[in-house]
Design a protein around this ligand. Sequence first.
Ligand SMILES: Cc1cc2nc3c(=O)[nH]c(=O)nc-3n(C[C@H](O)[C@H](O)[C@H](O)COP(=O)(O)OP(=O)(O)OC[C@H]3O[C@@H](n4cnc5c(N)ncnc54)[C@H](O)[C@@H]3O)c2cc1C
Length: 399
Amino acid sequence: MISECALLHCLQHEGDNVLAHSLKVDVAIVGAGIVGLAHAHLAARAGKSVAVFERNPAALGASIRNFGMIRPIGLPAGTLHNMALRSRELWLELLTEAELPFFATGSLHAAYREDEAAVAQEFSQKAPSLGYECAWLDPDQTLARSPALRPEGLLGALWSPAEINVDPRQIIRSLPLFLIERYGVQFHFNSAVQRVEQQCVHAAELHCEADAIIVAGGDDFQTLFPECFHDSKLTRCKLQMMRTAPQPSAWKLGPTLAFGLTFRHYPAFEICGTLPALKERIARDTPELDRFGIHVMVSQTSLGELTIGDSHEYGLALNIFDNPEINRLILDHAKTYLRVPTLEIAEQWHGVYASHPEHAWLRVAPDKGVRVVTFTSGIGMTMSFGLAEETLLEMGVLP
Ligand SMILES: Cc1cc2nc3c(=O)[nH]c(=O)nc-3n(C[C@H](O)[C@H](O)[C@H](O)COP(=O)(O)OP(=O)(O)OC[C@H]3O[C@@H](n4cnc5c(N)ncnc54)[C@H](O)[C@@H]3O)c2cc1C
Protein backbone atom coordinates (compact mmCIF):
# COMPACT_ATOMS: atom_id res chain seq x y z
CA MET A 1 0.00 0.00 0.00
CA ILE A 2 1.52 3.34 -1.03
CA SER A 3 1.15 6.17 1.49
CA GLU A 4 1.93 9.84 1.08
CA CYS A 5 4.04 9.71 4.28
CA ALA A 6 7.21 8.68 2.50
CA LEU A 7 7.02 11.63 0.14
CA LEU A 8 6.21 14.06 2.96
CA HIS A 9 9.14 12.66 4.91
CA CYS A 10 11.39 13.31 1.93
CA LEU A 11 10.10 16.89 1.57
CA GLN A 12 10.43 17.59 5.31
CA HIS A 13 14.05 16.58 5.16
CA GLU A 14 14.59 19.16 2.49
CA GLY A 15 12.74 21.77 4.60
CA ASP A 16 14.92 20.92 7.60
CA ASN A 17 17.99 21.39 5.46
CA VAL A 18 19.09 17.84 6.19
CA LEU A 19 20.05 17.63 2.52
CA ALA A 20 22.67 20.39 2.67
CA HIS A 21 25.43 17.92 1.99
CA SER A 22 26.92 15.51 -0.55
CA LEU A 23 25.68 12.09 -1.38
CA LYS A 24 26.72 9.25 -3.65
CA VAL A 25 24.39 7.00 -5.63
CA ASP A 26 24.69 4.68 -8.60
CA VAL A 27 22.25 6.66 -10.76
CA ALA A 28 21.19 10.33 -10.49
CA ILE A 29 18.28 11.59 -12.54
CA VAL A 30 17.26 15.17 -13.33
CA GLY A 31 13.48 15.51 -13.85
CA ALA A 32 10.57 13.57 -12.35
CA GLY A 33 8.47 13.46 -15.53
CA ILE A 34 7.76 10.06 -17.07
CA VAL A 35 11.20 9.85 -18.71
CA GLY A 36 12.99 10.40 -15.40
CA LEU A 37 10.63 8.01 -13.60
CA ALA A 38 11.06 5.28 -16.21
CA HIS A 39 14.86 5.43 -15.82
CA ALA A 40 14.45 5.46 -12.02
CA HIS A 41 12.22 2.38 -12.02
CA LEU A 42 14.37 0.28 -14.32
CA ALA A 43 17.60 1.19 -12.50
CA ALA A 44 16.10 0.70 -9.03
CA ARG A 45 14.59 -2.69 -9.79
CA ALA A 46 18.00 -3.79 -11.09
CA GLY A 47 19.33 -3.11 -7.58
CA LYS A 48 20.92 0.31 -8.18
CA SER A 49 20.72 3.18 -5.70
CA VAL A 50 18.86 6.07 -7.37
CA ALA A 51 18.28 9.76 -6.61
CA VAL A 52 15.82 11.92 -8.59
CA PHE A 53 15.97 15.72 -8.64
CA GLU A 54 12.90 17.75 -9.60
CA ARG A 55 12.91 21.52 -9.55
CA ASN A 56 9.19 21.84 -8.76
CA PRO A 57 7.28 20.50 -5.72
CA ALA A 58 5.89 17.90 -8.15
CA ALA A 59 6.42 17.22 -11.84
CA LEU A 60 4.28 19.73 -13.73
CA GLY A 61 5.50 19.24 -17.31
CA ALA A 62 4.23 17.36 -20.35
CA SER A 63 3.89 14.07 -18.49
CA ILE A 64 1.06 15.24 -16.28
CA ARG A 65 -0.66 17.17 -19.09
CA ASN A 66 -1.01 14.42 -21.65
CA PHE A 67 -3.73 11.94 -22.70
CA GLY A 68 -2.10 9.04 -20.86
CA MET A 69 -2.14 7.01 -24.06
CA ILE A 70 0.46 4.30 -24.55
CA ARG A 71 -0.03 4.09 -28.27
CA PRO A 72 2.25 1.74 -30.24
CA ILE A 73 0.02 2.03 -33.32
CA GLY A 74 1.34 5.55 -33.94
CA LEU A 75 4.97 4.47 -34.37
CA PRO A 76 6.34 3.61 -37.80
CA ALA A 77 7.09 -0.04 -38.55
CA GLY A 78 10.50 -1.39 -37.58
CA THR A 79 12.79 -0.14 -34.83
CA LEU A 80 10.43 2.49 -33.43
CA HIS A 81 7.35 0.26 -33.37
CA ASN A 82 9.36 -2.57 -31.81
CA MET A 83 10.61 -0.22 -29.11
CA ALA A 84 7.03 0.95 -28.49
CA LEU A 85 5.91 -2.67 -27.99
CA ARG A 86 8.80 -3.29 -25.61
CA SER A 87 7.96 -0.06 -23.77
CA ARG A 88 4.36 -1.26 -23.45
CA GLU A 89 5.59 -4.52 -21.87
CA LEU A 90 7.69 -2.60 -19.35
CA TRP A 91 4.75 -0.29 -18.58
CA LEU A 92 2.56 -3.31 -17.86
CA GLU A 93 5.20 -4.82 -15.56
CA LEU A 94 5.38 -1.57 -13.61
CA LEU A 95 1.61 -0.98 -13.45
CA THR A 96 1.07 -4.53 -12.20
CA GLU A 97 3.94 -4.36 -9.70
CA ALA A 98 2.78 -0.98 -8.34
CA GLU A 99 -0.91 -1.99 -8.45
CA LEU A 100 -1.74 1.17 -10.36
CA PRO A 101 -4.95 1.27 -12.41
CA PHE A 102 -4.87 1.19 -16.20
CA PHE A 103 -7.26 0.41 -19.03
CA ALA A 104 -5.91 -2.11 -21.55
CA THR A 105 -8.75 -1.15 -23.84
CA GLY A 106 -7.04 -0.91 -27.24
CA SER A 107 -7.91 1.87 -29.66
CA LEU A 108 -10.32 2.71 -32.46
CA HIS A 109 -9.70 5.13 -35.33
CA ALA A 110 -13.27 5.80 -36.46
CA ALA A 111 -13.95 6.59 -40.14
CA TYR A 112 -16.89 8.78 -41.20
CA ARG A 113 -15.64 9.70 -44.69
CA GLU A 114 -14.73 7.49 -47.63
CA ASP A 115 -11.13 8.74 -47.68
CA GLU A 116 -10.76 7.99 -43.95
CA ALA A 117 -12.17 4.48 -44.43
CA ALA A 118 -9.76 3.97 -47.34
CA VAL A 119 -6.73 4.75 -45.14
CA ALA A 120 -8.04 2.61 -42.26
CA GLN A 121 -8.70 -0.34 -44.58
CA GLU A 122 -5.37 -0.03 -46.35
CA PHE A 123 -3.51 0.12 -43.04
CA SER A 124 -5.43 -2.90 -41.72
CA GLN A 125 -4.33 -4.85 -44.82
CA LYS A 126 -0.66 -3.81 -44.86
CA ALA A 127 0.21 -3.44 -41.19
CA PRO A 128 -0.22 -6.99 -39.81
CA SER A 129 2.70 -8.26 -41.89
CA LEU A 130 4.78 -5.38 -40.43
CA GLY A 131 4.11 -6.43 -36.83
CA TYR A 132 0.91 -4.55 -35.97
CA GLU A 133 -2.08 -6.40 -34.59
CA CYS A 134 -5.04 -4.57 -36.12
CA ALA A 135 -8.21 -5.06 -38.15
CA TRP A 136 -10.89 -3.16 -40.04
CA LEU A 137 -14.29 -3.29 -38.30
CA ASP A 138 -17.63 -2.62 -40.00
CA PRO A 139 -20.08 -0.19 -38.30
CA ASP A 140 -21.85 -2.85 -36.21
CA GLN A 141 -18.56 -4.33 -35.02
CA THR A 142 -17.29 -0.82 -34.22
CA LEU A 143 -20.37 0.13 -32.23
CA ALA A 144 -20.17 -3.18 -30.35
CA ARG A 145 -16.71 -2.09 -29.10
CA SER A 146 -17.50 1.55 -28.36
CA PRO A 147 -20.58 3.12 -26.76
CA ALA A 148 -19.13 6.56 -27.49
CA LEU A 149 -19.40 6.80 -31.27
CA ARG A 150 -22.38 8.19 -33.18
CA PRO A 151 -23.81 5.58 -35.56
CA GLU A 152 -24.99 8.18 -38.15
CA GLY A 153 -22.53 8.15 -41.07
CA LEU A 154 -20.13 5.71 -39.41
CA LEU A 155 -18.34 3.66 -42.08
CA GLY A 156 -16.23 1.54 -39.71
CA ALA A 157 -13.01 1.76 -37.75
CA LEU A 158 -9.42 0.62 -37.51
CA TRP A 159 -9.22 -1.53 -34.36
CA SER A 160 -5.96 -2.17 -32.51
CA PRO A 161 -5.80 -4.06 -29.20
CA ALA A 162 -2.31 -2.82 -28.24
CA GLU A 163 -3.12 0.58 -26.75
CA ILE A 164 -3.22 1.17 -23.00
CA ASN A 165 -4.74 4.16 -21.24
CA VAL A 166 -3.43 5.44 -17.88
CA ASP A 167 -4.45 8.52 -15.92
CA PRO A 168 -1.33 10.72 -16.14
CA ARG A 169 -2.21 12.76 -13.04
CA GLN A 170 -2.52 9.62 -10.99
CA ILE A 171 0.58 7.95 -12.40
CA ILE A 172 2.95 10.89 -12.13
CA ARG A 173 1.79 11.56 -8.54
CA SER A 174 1.86 7.92 -7.41
CA LEU A 175 5.03 6.62 -9.02
CA PRO A 176 7.48 8.54 -6.81
CA LEU A 177 5.66 7.20 -3.73
CA PHE A 178 5.91 3.67 -5.04
CA LEU A 179 9.60 4.04 -5.92
CA ILE A 180 10.41 5.48 -2.49
CA GLU A 181 8.59 2.73 -0.61
CA ARG A 182 9.52 -0.28 -2.75
CA TYR A 183 13.08 0.57 -3.72
CA GLY A 184 14.21 3.39 -1.45
CA VAL A 185 14.66 5.77 -4.39
CA GLN A 186 15.49 9.24 -3.05
CA PHE A 187 13.34 12.06 -4.43
CA HIS A 188 14.53 15.63 -4.02
CA PHE A 189 11.65 17.89 -5.01
CA ASN A 190 12.01 21.68 -5.04
CA SER A 191 15.55 20.98 -6.08
CA ALA A 192 16.62 22.61 -9.35
CA VAL A 193 19.80 21.16 -10.77
CA GLN A 194 22.10 23.99 -11.77
CA ARG A 195 25.12 22.09 -13.10
CA VAL A 196 26.20 18.60 -13.99
CA GLU A 197 29.96 18.16 -14.13
CA GLN A 198 32.59 15.55 -13.31
CA GLN A 199 29.89 12.96 -12.66
CA CYS A 200 28.27 15.14 -10.04
CA VAL A 201 24.81 16.75 -9.98
CA HIS A 202 24.79 20.15 -8.31
CA ALA A 203 21.57 21.49 -6.84
CA ALA A 204 21.38 24.48 -4.48
CA GLU A 205 22.45 22.74 -1.28
CA LEU A 206 23.12 19.24 -2.41
CA HIS A 207 25.86 17.67 -4.48
CA CYS A 208 25.26 14.16 -5.69
CA GLU A 209 27.99 12.00 -7.17
CA ALA A 210 26.79 9.23 -9.46
CA ASP A 211 28.27 6.63 -11.79
CA ALA A 212 25.48 7.37 -14.27
CA ILE A 213 23.56 10.62 -14.68
CA ILE A 214 20.40 10.97 -16.77
CA VAL A 215 19.15 14.45 -17.61
CA ALA A 216 15.44 14.17 -18.46
CA GLY A 217 14.40 17.81 -18.32
CA GLY A 218 11.65 17.66 -20.96
CA ASP A 219 11.38 20.86 -22.99
CA ASP A 220 14.02 22.67 -20.90
CA PHE A 221 16.93 22.14 -23.23
CA GLN A 222 18.53 25.48 -22.36
CA THR A 223 19.59 25.15 -18.71
CA LEU A 224 21.87 22.10 -18.65
CA PHE A 225 24.18 21.38 -21.60
CA PRO A 226 22.69 24.07 -23.88
CA GLU A 227 25.69 23.55 -26.19
CA CYS A 228 24.30 20.10 -27.12
CA PHE A 229 21.24 21.66 -28.66
CA HIS A 230 22.75 24.73 -30.22
CA ASP A 231 22.04 24.57 -33.98
CA SER A 232 20.07 21.36 -33.50
CA LYS A 233 16.81 22.73 -35.02
CA LEU A 234 15.12 22.10 -31.67
CA THR A 235 11.97 24.04 -31.04
CA ARG A 236 8.82 23.58 -28.95
CA CYS A 237 5.30 22.40 -29.63
CA LYS A 238 2.23 23.65 -27.74
CA LEU A 239 -0.89 21.48 -27.50
CA GLN A 240 -4.31 22.67 -26.25
CA MET A 241 -6.32 20.14 -24.26
CA MET A 242 -9.70 19.87 -22.52
CA ARG A 243 -11.30 17.60 -19.98
CA THR A 244 -15.01 16.99 -19.44
CA ALA A 245 -16.82 16.69 -16.15
CA PRO A 246 -16.89 13.06 -14.93
CA GLN A 247 -19.15 10.75 -16.92
CA PRO A 248 -21.63 8.63 -14.91
CA SER A 249 -19.66 5.90 -13.11
CA ALA A 250 -21.37 3.02 -14.98
CA TRP A 251 -20.42 4.52 -18.37
CA LYS A 252 -17.02 3.56 -19.77
CA LEU A 253 -15.29 4.94 -22.86
CA GLY A 254 -13.80 1.56 -23.76
CA PRO A 255 -11.10 1.83 -26.45
CA THR A 256 -9.38 5.20 -26.69
CA LEU A 257 -10.70 7.03 -29.73
CA ALA A 258 -9.17 8.79 -32.69
CA PHE A 259 -10.72 9.87 -35.98
CA GLY A 260 -9.70 10.38 -39.60
CA LEU A 261 -7.73 13.55 -38.83
CA THR A 262 -5.28 11.49 -36.78
CA PHE A 263 -4.10 9.49 -39.81
CA ARG A 264 -2.21 12.56 -41.05
CA HIS A 265 -0.54 13.09 -37.71
CA TYR A 266 1.28 9.82 -36.95
CA PRO A 267 4.09 8.55 -39.21
CA ALA A 268 2.85 4.93 -39.00
CA PHE A 269 0.11 5.75 -41.50
CA GLU A 270 2.54 7.07 -44.12
CA ILE A 271 2.65 3.51 -45.55
CA CYS A 272 -0.84 4.14 -46.97
CA GLY A 273 -1.03 5.24 -50.59
CA THR A 274 -4.54 6.53 -49.81
CA LEU A 275 -3.26 9.06 -47.25
CA PRO A 276 -2.39 11.95 -49.63
CA ALA A 277 -6.02 12.21 -50.82
CA LEU A 278 -7.20 12.50 -47.21
CA LYS A 279 -4.57 15.17 -46.50
CA GLU A 280 -5.52 17.09 -49.65
CA ARG A 281 -9.22 17.11 -48.75
CA ILE A 282 -8.50 18.45 -45.25
CA ALA A 283 -6.09 21.10 -46.59
CA ARG A 284 -8.69 22.19 -49.19
CA ASP A 285 -11.92 22.07 -47.16
CA THR A 286 -10.79 22.79 -43.61
CA PRO A 287 -7.40 24.60 -43.76
CA GLU A 288 -7.93 25.89 -40.20
CA LEU A 289 -7.40 22.32 -38.95
CA ASP A 290 -4.00 22.21 -40.66
CA ARG A 291 -3.11 25.74 -39.53
CA PHE A 292 -3.45 24.73 -35.88
CA GLY A 293 -2.35 21.11 -36.36
CA ILE A 294 -5.66 19.86 -35.00
CA HIS A 295 -6.69 16.25 -34.73
CA VAL A 296 -9.07 14.75 -32.19
CA MET A 297 -8.37 11.97 -29.72
CA VAL A 298 -10.27 10.93 -26.60
CA SER A 299 -9.16 9.05 -23.48
CA GLN A 300 -10.68 8.57 -20.03
CA THR A 301 -9.24 9.33 -16.58
CA SER A 302 -9.61 7.25 -13.43
CA LEU A 303 -12.35 9.69 -12.28
CA GLY A 304 -14.35 9.08 -15.44
CA GLU A 305 -13.58 12.41 -17.13
CA LEU A 306 -12.86 12.42 -20.87
CA THR A 307 -9.61 14.02 -22.00
CA ILE A 308 -10.08 15.59 -25.44
CA GLY A 309 -7.44 17.25 -27.64
CA ASP A 310 -5.38 18.45 -29.36
CA SER A 311 -3.59 21.05 -31.49
CA HIS A 312 0.06 21.56 -32.50
CA GLU A 313 1.65 25.02 -32.70
CA TYR A 314 5.42 25.26 -33.07
CA GLY A 315 7.98 27.87 -32.02
CA LEU A 316 10.40 28.95 -29.32
CA ALA A 317 8.20 31.91 -28.32
CA LEU A 318 4.89 30.10 -27.89
CA ASN A 319 1.80 32.11 -27.03
CA ILE A 320 1.24 31.69 -23.30
CA PHE A 321 -2.48 32.37 -23.82
CA ASP A 322 -4.76 29.69 -25.20
CA ASN A 323 -6.71 30.32 -28.38
CA PRO A 324 -10.45 29.72 -27.82
CA GLU A 325 -10.95 29.13 -31.56
CA ILE A 326 -8.74 26.03 -31.32
CA ASN A 327 -10.79 24.59 -28.48
CA ARG A 328 -14.00 25.36 -30.40
CA LEU A 329 -12.71 23.55 -33.50
CA ILE A 330 -11.66 20.50 -31.45
CA LEU A 331 -14.97 20.42 -29.61
CA ASP A 332 -17.06 20.88 -32.79
CA HIS A 333 -15.29 17.89 -34.28
CA ALA A 334 -15.78 15.84 -31.12
CA LYS A 335 -19.49 16.74 -30.93
CA THR A 336 -20.02 15.64 -34.53
CA TYR A 337 -18.85 12.10 -33.85
CA LEU A 338 -19.22 11.47 -30.11
CA ARG A 339 -22.34 10.47 -28.22
CA VAL A 340 -21.33 10.58 -24.57
CA PRO A 341 -23.34 11.40 -21.43
CA THR A 342 -21.72 14.83 -21.03
CA LEU A 343 -19.40 17.03 -23.07
CA GLU A 344 -19.49 19.78 -20.45
CA ILE A 345 -15.90 21.06 -20.30
CA ALA A 346 -14.55 21.23 -16.76
CA GLU A 347 -10.86 21.99 -17.43
CA GLN A 348 -8.74 23.49 -20.20
CA TRP A 349 -4.95 23.66 -20.33
CA HIS A 350 -2.02 23.41 -22.66
CA GLY A 351 1.14 21.32 -22.59
CA VAL A 352 4.50 21.81 -24.27
CA TYR A 353 7.09 19.38 -25.51
CA ALA A 354 10.41 19.75 -27.29
CA SER A 355 10.12 19.27 -31.03
CA HIS A 356 12.56 18.41 -33.79
CA PRO A 357 11.76 18.22 -37.52
CA GLU A 358 13.67 14.95 -38.08
CA HIS A 359 14.18 13.12 -34.80
CA ALA A 360 11.60 11.49 -32.51
CA TRP A 361 14.00 12.00 -29.59
CA LEU A 362 17.49 13.29 -28.91
CA ARG A 363 19.93 11.42 -26.70
CA VAL A 364 23.34 12.96 -26.32
CA ALA A 365 26.38 12.08 -24.22
CA PRO A 366 27.94 15.45 -23.30
CA ASP A 367 30.25 13.95 -20.69
CA LYS A 368 31.48 10.61 -19.38
CA GLY A 369 28.61 8.78 -17.63
CA VAL A 370 26.02 11.41 -18.63
CA ARG A 371 23.10 11.15 -21.04
CA VAL A 372 20.65 13.91 -21.90
CA VAL A 373 17.38 12.31 -23.07
CA THR A 374 14.64 14.43 -24.61
CA PHE A 375 11.62 13.33 -26.61
CA THR A 376 11.13 15.66 -29.54
CA SER A 377 7.68 14.48 -30.64
CA GLY A 378 4.46 13.55 -28.87
CA ILE A 379 5.38 9.96 -28.07
CA GLY A 380 7.18 10.20 -24.74
CA MET A 381 4.48 8.55 -22.68
CA THR A 382 4.46 5.57 -25.06
CA MET A 383 8.20 5.22 -25.51
CA SER A 384 9.65 6.31 -22.15
CA PHE A 385 10.30 2.84 -20.75
CA GLY A 386 11.67 1.46 -24.03
CA LEU A 387 14.09 4.32 -24.44
CA ALA A 388 15.05 4.22 -20.75
CA GLU A 389 15.93 0.54 -21.04
CA GLU A 390 18.03 1.15 -24.13
CA THR A 391 19.83 4.09 -22.48
CA LEU A 392 20.59 2.21 -19.26
CA LEU A 393 21.84 -0.81 -21.22
CA GLU A 394 24.09 1.41 -23.30
CA MET A 395 25.50 3.02 -20.13
CA GLY A 396 26.12 -0.36 -18.51
CA VAL A 397 23.65 0.35 -15.67
CA LEU A 398 21.58 -2.67 -16.78
CA PRO A 399 23.48 -5.88 -17.52
C1 LIG B 1 -0.77 17.79 -24.24
C2 LIG B 1 0.14 16.61 -24.49
C3 LIG B 1 -0.41 15.38 -24.80
C4 LIG B 1 0.44 14.28 -25.01
N1 LIG B 1 -0.12 13.04 -25.16
C5 LIG B 1 0.69 11.96 -25.21
C6 LIG B 1 0.16 10.65 -25.21
O1 LIG B 1 -1.04 10.44 -25.02
N2 LIG B 1 1.00 9.61 -25.42
C7 LIG B 1 2.35 9.79 -25.57
O2 LIG B 1 3.05 8.81 -25.79
N3 LIG B 1 2.90 11.02 -25.45
C8 LIG B 1 2.12 12.10 -25.27
N4 LIG B 1 2.67 13.33 -25.15
C9 LIG B 1 4.12 13.48 -25.09
C10 LIG B 1 4.61 13.15 -23.67
O3 LIG B 1 3.77 13.71 -22.71
C11 LIG B 1 6.04 13.67 -23.49
O4 LIG B 1 6.87 13.19 -24.54
C12 LIG B 1 6.62 13.20 -22.17
O5 LIG B 1 5.74 13.51 -21.11
C13 LIG B 1 7.98 13.86 -21.90
O6 LIG B 1 8.37 13.45 -20.62
P1 LIG B 1 9.61 14.10 -19.88
O7 LIG B 1 9.76 13.41 -18.58
O8 LIG B 1 10.77 14.14 -20.81
O9 LIG B 1 9.21 15.65 -19.72
P2 LIG B 1 8.36 16.38 -18.60
O10 LIG B 1 7.14 15.64 -18.22
O11 LIG B 1 8.17 17.78 -19.10
O12 LIG B 1 9.28 16.36 -17.33
C14 LIG B 1 10.52 17.05 -17.26
C15 LIG B 1 10.75 17.41 -15.80
O13 LIG B 1 12.09 17.85 -15.64
C16 LIG B 1 12.08 18.89 -14.68
N5 LIG B 1 13.31 19.66 -14.85
C17 LIG B 1 13.73 20.30 -15.99
N6 LIG B 1 14.93 20.88 -15.78
C18 LIG B 1 15.28 20.62 -14.48
C19 LIG B 1 16.39 20.97 -13.66
N7 LIG B 1 17.41 21.71 -14.14
N8 LIG B 1 16.43 20.52 -12.38
C20 LIG B 1 15.41 19.76 -11.87
N9 LIG B 1 14.32 19.44 -12.61
C21 LIG B 1 14.25 19.84 -13.90
C22 LIG B 1 10.83 19.67 -15.00
O14 LIG B 1 10.39 20.46 -13.90
C23 LIG B 1 9.84 18.54 -15.35
O15 LIG B 1 9.08 18.12 -14.22
C24 LIG B 1 1.84 14.45 -24.96
C25 LIG B 1 2.38 15.71 -24.68
C26 LIG B 1 1.55 16.78 -24.43
C27 LIG B 1 2.15 18.11 -24.07
